[in-house]
Design a binder for this molecule. Structure first.
Ligand code: AMP
Length: 363
């Protein structure tokens, strides 16, 4: 079976790495010259609105998916009108706009931090008065890894935040004094069957994910699964969906969904019976879903800006190294490593050694 992927970054690369053992072949469409999935398949090097390239993409594959949520709506419509595009484009429409995402959560009775749309400077004043401070001002579209947002702590912060972000539609959210951040990775098959990975505890610095650790038997597992089920069923979703939450006062508050495989699920390559990448491919190709059960203890550490030397990392037992083939650059995700261990104590020890190496080179 030929699988088409819109986007050829590291997620596309890891999808292909999971797909070859299943006898799948891959075609990527991505305008980037340095597209790190390109060596793993055929790369159609073109813009997302290039109809000639899209037509070539559609005739080359049996089913298509995407590895980033900002696929232009017209591109998704074009592809979906010719071949199965999974998850269906409605997931992109919802996920691309923080306001439509939050109103969907509201409609599905999923708790969210208080929020208000902000279109003008006056509306920002009103929203701050209604929601209070601290609060987070975010662009409705195209924000990722903490980009396109500003934390407002005092009334004096409004001018600078407006100057930075005010040229686009915005949303103001209450700042959640969270205990932890959790994500739930759910996968839904073509017949509506569902599987869930254990919730993952995520640690961010400067808005970028640094470590992700699956937490089996977490007290909020059932609630996270229930919210992911509501969203995927409502959207008629097929594939892996990542649902990010804040935990505050022991309760979940929805932050955002990503309609794709997700950085907080990379540990599943070595840490679960079936990785998120394989399960996404199984779902979109109509295969039965694989077990999401854990294989021992594991955690993932991202390489941001640069990666430690292989020789240093490989000296730590249980470390599995994944370079993405990207040129090092400040704040760029260039790879990750997953640590596996037979016990929680062993994992903590190995993780601390790995994190020390990563912190020494990151930028
Ligand atoms: P986002 O792009 O919305 O996922 O935001 C990136 C990171 O900023 C989140 O993972 C949180 O660490 C932090 N953040 C975003 N929104 C809020 C909020 N309403 N309250 C507290 N922290 C937030």
């Amino acid at each position: 079976m030929n699988i088409g992927i819109l986007g050829a970054g590291q997620l596309g690369r890891m999808l292909a790495l999971a797909g070859y053992p299943l006898d799948f072949d891959f075609v990527f469409l991505d305008p980037a010259t340095e597209a790190c999935a390109a060596p793993l398949g055929e790369h159609i090097h073109a813009d997302y609105d290039d109809e000639h390239a899209l037509a070539e993409f559609c005739v080359s594959v049996d089913v298509a998916t995407y590895e980033f949520e900002n696929v232009p709506a017209k591109t998704a419509e074009y592809v979906a009108s010719r071949i199965p595009l999974l998850p269906a484009p409605v997931a992109l429409t919802v996920g691309q706009d923080r306001l439509s995402e939050k109103s969907l959560f509201d409609r599905l009775s999923i708790p969210v931090p208080r929020y208000m749309p902000v279109a003008t400077r006056e509306a920002l004043e009103l929203a701050v008065r209604s929601i209070g401070l601290p609060a987070v001002l975010k662009t409705r579209r195209l924000g990722y890894d903490g980009k396109g947002q500003a934390v407002l702590r005092a009334p004096e912060d409004l001018d600078a935040a407006w100057a930075k972000l005010g040229s686009q539609p915005l949303i103001l959210e209450a700042f959640v004094p969270f205990e932890t951040e959790l994500s739930c990775l759910a996968v839904r098959g073509r017949e509506g069957q569902m599987a869930y990975y254990p919730v993952v505890e995520n640690v961010h610095r400067d808005g970028i994910l640094r470590t992700a650790t699956p937490r089996p038997e977490h007290p909020l597992q059932a609630a996270a699964e229930e919210y992911a089920r509501r969203v995927t069923e409502h959207l008629g979703y097929v594939g892996v969906l990542a649902f990010e939450f804040f935990v505050s006062g022991g309760r979940l508050f929805a932050n955002e969904i990503a309609p794709r495989v997700h950085n907080s699920g990379h540990w599943s390559i070595e840490g679960a019976e079936t990785s998120q990448f394989e399960n996404h491919l199984r779902a979109i190709s109509g295969l039965p879903l694989g077990s999401t059960a854990l294989r021992g203890h594991s955690a993932m550490v991202n390489f941001i800006g640069d990666a430690p030397a292989n020789a240093d990392m490989a000296a730590i037992p249980g470390v599995h190294i994944h370079h993405y083939g990207k040129t090092p650059k400040p704040q760029r995700k260039v790879g990750h490593a997953t640590v596996t261990a037979a016990s929680a104590d062993e994992l903590t020890d190995r993780l601390q050694r790995l994190e020390a190496l990563v912190r020494a080179v990151e930028g």
